[in-house]
Design a protein around this ligand. Structure first.
Ligand SMILES: [Zn+2]
Ligand SMILES: [Zn+2]
Length: 217
């Protein structure tokens, strides 16, 4: 099963806790810059481009039931302003704290089955596996929480004209006459109808004259 695949110590988001040891209170600080994994952020809204550098500052603390990880991730996020649709960049700082339990003891001191045995119970729990911890899901959750759901290029971005879609930031005096664009379209239509009527009327004369002549014959 993929879920229980062994952690790969070469994965940049996998950290080794062997050096930290299991003595409660032991502390290890480390920093690592990793390439952003795919789809890090809010898909289609804003996120860290794949491969962009993500700076991680971590504090690993050995506690009774496992390893408590406290950290900060810093990266540049890219997205699109929800108002004017222009591309935007934003510095992201995401804090997180997560407990990785030893598989042989849970945080309430109950004996615990192997991770993965009870999928429902383990869903939200993270484990130290063979002395390794995988930070990817923690990083993903933290980044999503730290990103704006509705990013704007600037707080007072005026967005787009609701009538013609022009960028209002480029053209602050932009406005339309009170005439609604749909009404303007109707007026255009009315104009062309009038023209048509005139044509018909002007053509009407000779035609009826012809018809009159034919009738006379
Ligand atoms: Zn904008
Ligand atoms: Zn407009």
């Amino acid at each position: 099963m993929v879920l229980n695949a062994r952690l790969d110590h070469r994965d940049p988001l996998v950290f080794d806790t062997h050096e930290l040891g299991r003595r409660p209170g032991a502390l290890q600080r480390l920093t690592r810059t990793v390439d952003a994994p795919k789809d890090l952020g809010l898909q289609g809204v804003i996120g860290v481009p794949e491969g962009a550098p993500v700076e991680l500052e971590l504090r690993l603390e050995s506690v009774m039931e496992g390893v408590l990880v406290t950290g900060t991730a810093r990266a540049g996020a890219e997205g699109e302003c929800v108002r004017c649709l222009e591309p935007l960049e934003q510095q992201l700082e995401a804090d997180f704290q997560e407990l990785f339990s030893y598989p042989d003891a849970d945080d309430r001191g109950r004996p615990v089955a192997e991770p993965g045995d009870d999928a429902e119970d383990d869903e939200d729990r993270l484990f130290v596996e063979d002395g390794l911890i995988a930070l990817e899901s923690v990083l993903r959750d933290a980044v999503v929480l730290a990103l704006p759901m509705q990013p704007v290029c600037r707080e007072d971005c005026p967005g787009l004209c609701s009538v013609c879609g022009a960028r209002l930031a480029d053209d602050p005096d932009h406005h339309h006459d009170a005439v609604d664009i749909r009404w303007a379209a109707l007026q255009g239509l009315a104009g062309s109808l009038e023209d048509g009527e005139k044509d018909e009327m002007s053509g009407d004369g000779p035609e009826s004259a012809d018809a009159a002549e034919k009738q006379e014959k």
